[in-house]
Design a protein around this ligand. Structure first.
Ligand code: IPM
Ligand code: MG
Length: 359
């Protein structure tokens, strides 16, 4: 049976990294006879330029039909001055919401070959393997009412609404516990229940969900302490589960513990395991078009897609091993370069992974 993958390259470095990831995807598709068909669409700034909106109807229709979506990165200064509701990021948020991709998996894994690239001491991060499970379609990102209004005294006021209902908390909780079962069986739920009611409920519901998983240890931590612990003793964590905004912030910090956000893939899953896969990093306007972007996060996103949505763990492993091989060969894009290694371009890195996949 054929499976459809929608490719959305996005903006700035997006198309550069996507070209390399697609080469790798096509190679495993042939090698394992996966029957994957690729389709292409526009999202973000590229869609604004072509159609005036960040998520065109045509893209959304293709996305609904697809088994999985592979996304590059969206946004950048070119669209800084478009109206708020038309910004490239709105396209990303809308596709997450429209497809109910509530479960965002952001692994932070330190490749032993890159231990030097971390800003923390090697012994603090050696062997690091954290999985952040971020709720992606609720919380303050989507809560209504929201806006900027003018008060009676003429002063302007910005406001947003932070809310979570029980079913939203429960479904992300179950996902986190299920994932923990396949790992070290520890879930740490991050909240701010000393201040925010929405997260008092979050903590209560996590406790309830935890009762279904007596084999998994549940702990709770306030988000400020979580930020501190992440940079102090990051290896204490296995799975961290949290809301949309805290997850946004903590996942960037966790990513940087590994030395390069350019190495980290992510998955955003719906209730049925369909998903959108993208690198954790952004569109890096400053290096676009220079061949400096690291394609490995996008290539590793292809591996996640094969494992979580397309049911081919075998092909996923081949890609992951290929990435490890090219690191062993000493190849490095500038973001992960260190003395004694060989600096390569985006395309050279992609070609090297391709060769390793085909070997
Ligand atoms: C992310 C990004 C997005 C977010 C932006 C681009 C809207 O930072 O995926 O982490 O805040 O979710
Ligand atoms: Mg972010």
């Amino acid at each position: 049976m054929s499976k459809k993958v929608l490719v959305l390259p996005g903006d700035y470095i997006g198309p550069e990294i996507m070209a390399e990831a697609v080469k790798v995807l096509e190679a495993v598709n042939r090698r394992f006879d996966l029957g994957i068909e690729l389709e292409h669409g526009l999202l973000g700034g590229a869609a604004i330029d072509a159609h005036g909106v960040p998520l065109p109807d045509a893209t959304l229709a293709l996305a609904r039909e697809a088994d999985a979506i592979l996304l590059g990165a969206v946004g950048g200064p070119k669209w800084d001055n478009v109206e708020r509701h038309l910004r490239p990021e709105k396209g990303l948020l809308a596709i997450r919401s429209e497809l109910q991709l509530f479960g965002n998996l952001r692994p932070a894994i330190l490749y032993p070959q890159l231990a030097d690239a971390s800003s923390l001491k090697p012994e603090l991060v050696a062997g690091l393997d954290i999985l952040i499970v971020r709720e992606l379609t609720g919380g303050i990102y989507f809560g209504e009412p929201r806006g900027i209004r003018t008060l009676e005294n003429g002063e302007r006021e910005g406001y947003n609404t932070y809310k979570y209902n029980e079913s939203e908390i429960r479904r992300i909780g179950h996902l986190a516990f299920e994932l923990a079962r396949k790992r070290d069986k520890r879930v740490c739920s991050v909240d701010k229940s000393n201040v925010l009611e929405a997260t008092i409920l979050w903590r209560e519901v996590m406790e309830e969900v935890g009762k279904d998983y007596p084999d998994v240890e549940l702990s709770h931590i306030y988000v400020d302490n979580a930020a501190m612990q992440l940079v102090m003793r990051p290896k204490q964590f296995d799975v961290m589960v949290t809301g949309n905004m805290f997850g946004d912030i903590l996942s960037d910090a966790a990513a940087m513990l590994t030395g390069s956000i350019g190495m980290l893939p992510s998955a955003s899953l719906d209730q049925n395991g369909r998903g959108m896969y993208e690198p954790c990093h952004g569109s890096a306007p400053d290096i676009a078009g220079e061949g400096k972007a690291n394609p490995l996060a996008t290539i590793l996103s292809v591996a996640m897609m094969l494992r979580y949505t397309l049911g081919s763990a075998e092909a996923a492993e081949v890609i992951e091993r290929a990435v490890s091989d090219v690191l062993d060969q000493g190849l490095r894009t500038p973001d992960i370069y260190s003395e004694g290694t060989r600096q390569v371009t985006t395309v050279e890195m992609g070609e090297a992974v391709l060769a390793a996949v085909q070997a």
